[in-house]
Every structure is written in structure tokens, then in C-alpha cells.
Design a protein around this ligand. Structure first.
Ligand SMILES: [Zn+2]
Length: 70
């Protein structure tokens, strides 16, 4: 009977849903210097596969990196 409607949600901290979706490690994905040539690039994986090693590469290096055998 003394329920306060404003107390039902005890945690009022609002975390943007996209942070949950992105997860740790991907926040800094934006602009990175390519590890191969130093040109502006972004964090990608070989062949853009999931669950494999990530590197900062530009588009040109990503193409070359995806072709080489590790
Ligand atoms: Zn490059």
C-alpha cells in the first residue's frame, strides 16, 4: 500500500543499448593507423571473419592481408 511508483526501478542508470551490443574492445574501432603501412585505417579481421585476430589496416592492406596465408 505504501508502494512508491518511482522506487520500482531501483537502478536508474541508463546505459545506451549500443554499448551492450558492441562490447569491450570495439569502442576504439573508429580511426586507427594501419599497422602495415601507417595509413589511416580501421580495426578489421582477415576476410572480415568473426572471432579471428584483429588488426588496424587500411583498405589496401586489408585486401592484401586477407589473401596471404598465415
Ligand atoms: Zn595500408
Amino acid at each position: 500500500m505504501a508502494d512508491d511508483p518511482s522506487a520500482t526501478g531501483t537502478c536508474s542508470v541508463q546505459i545506451p543499448a549500443r554499448i551492450h551490443a558492441v562490447g569491450p574492445g570495439w569502442q576504439a574501432e573508429a580511426e586507427r593507423t594501419g599497422e602495415f603501412c601507417g595509413a589511416p585505417g580501421s580495426i578489421r579481421t582477415r576476410d572480415d571473419r568473426l572471432g579471428v585476430w584483429r588488426k588496424a589496416v587500411c583498405g589496401t592492406c586489408h585486401s592484401a592481408w586477407s589473401r596471404i596465408a598465415s
